[in-house]
Ligand binder design. Structure first.
Ligand SMILES: CC(C)(COP(=O)(O)OP(=O)(O)OC[C@H]1O[C@@H](n2cnc3c(N)ncnc32)[C@H](O)[C@@H]1OP(=O)(O)O)[C@@H](O)C(=O)NCCC(=O)NCCS
Length: 211
């Protein structure tokens, strides 16, 4: 069965958690880094499928889901929903672990302690997205196709720009985004923000790639 990009289905929720964890250490498998096998994905993946499943696309092959791209068109509205509807449940579920602050996943428990913030770049680049592919699906052009599909949907819904955050340690993702023509927007400790204007198209790509 060839790889296929399709809409999210409720049965994909576990795959979102798994894929997020298996790509969660600057693009590499983070299964050994996190005490919780679900918390990373419960913060960075499944809330998007709950908030707006129509903006969640799944890449699948004969073994099942092997990638996703998901996000929100209006980051400020998403963060407000996340902080009021999603985060309290996450805090309650992981309250016991929050008390133990002695492991490499401490930053994630710190993160869920307080409300998420809207990055400054969201004012001009209001949509945001996350993309993760398992190693077996990487390097075959699907990452590019998936981002372009997602940006097409975001543009059709009226977003005038988008951003995403990436770890400065994730050299592969940085090279990928640079190749696609994303521009640096902002940086904070531990995260670089990249993005671009919408609608996304030929003019956004690096000069050498244009037809
Ligand atoms: C980063 C990621 C989304 C890229 O998707 P992909 O399917 O592997 O990338 P593609 O095959 O679509 O590559 C598109 C272009 O980027 C380039 N590219 C992709 N990965 C690259 C890398 N590691 N180094 C240099 N260039 C790279 C490709 O050469 C290709 O260029 P071309 O179109 O001119 O041939 C995917 O590898 C991934 O999910 N990695 C692990 C999780 C992760 O890091 N997610 C991002 C978190 S911010």
């Amino acid at each position: 069965m060839p790889l296929e990009l399709r809409s999210f289905r409720p049965a994909d929720e576990t795959a979102l958690l798994t894929i997020c964890l298996q790509t969660g250490d600057a693009g590499k498998d983070a299964s050994k880094t996190f005490r919780s096998p679900t918390l990373l994905g419960e913060y960075f993946a499944t809330p998007y499928a709950a908030y707006d499943p129509t903006l969640c696309l799944m890449l699948t092959d004969e073994s099942g889901p092997c990638g996703y791209v998901l996000g929100a068109v209006d980051t400020a509205a998403f963060v407000q929903w996340f902080n009021t509807e999603w985060l309290p449940r996450l805090q309650a579920q992981h309250a016991g672990a929050i008390l133990r602050m002695d492991t490499p996943d401490t930053w994630l428990y710190e993160l869920i302690k307080r409300p998420a913030k809207v990055p400054a770049c969201a004012a001009d680049y209001p949509a945001h997205l996350h993309i993760d592919l398992l190693p077996r699906a990487q390097g075959r052009g699907w990452g590019r196709r998936m981002i372009e599909a997602w940006l097409g949907m975001a543009g059709q819904r009226g977003a005038r720009g988008f951003h995403l955050g990436v770890s400065p340690a994730n050299a592969g993702a940085l090279a990928f985004y640079h190749r696609l023509g994303l521009q640096p927007l902002d940086a904070q400790p531990g995260v670089v923000f990249l993005g671009g204007r919408l609608p996304w198209g030929q003019m956004n790509r690096p000069q050498r790639e244009r037809a």
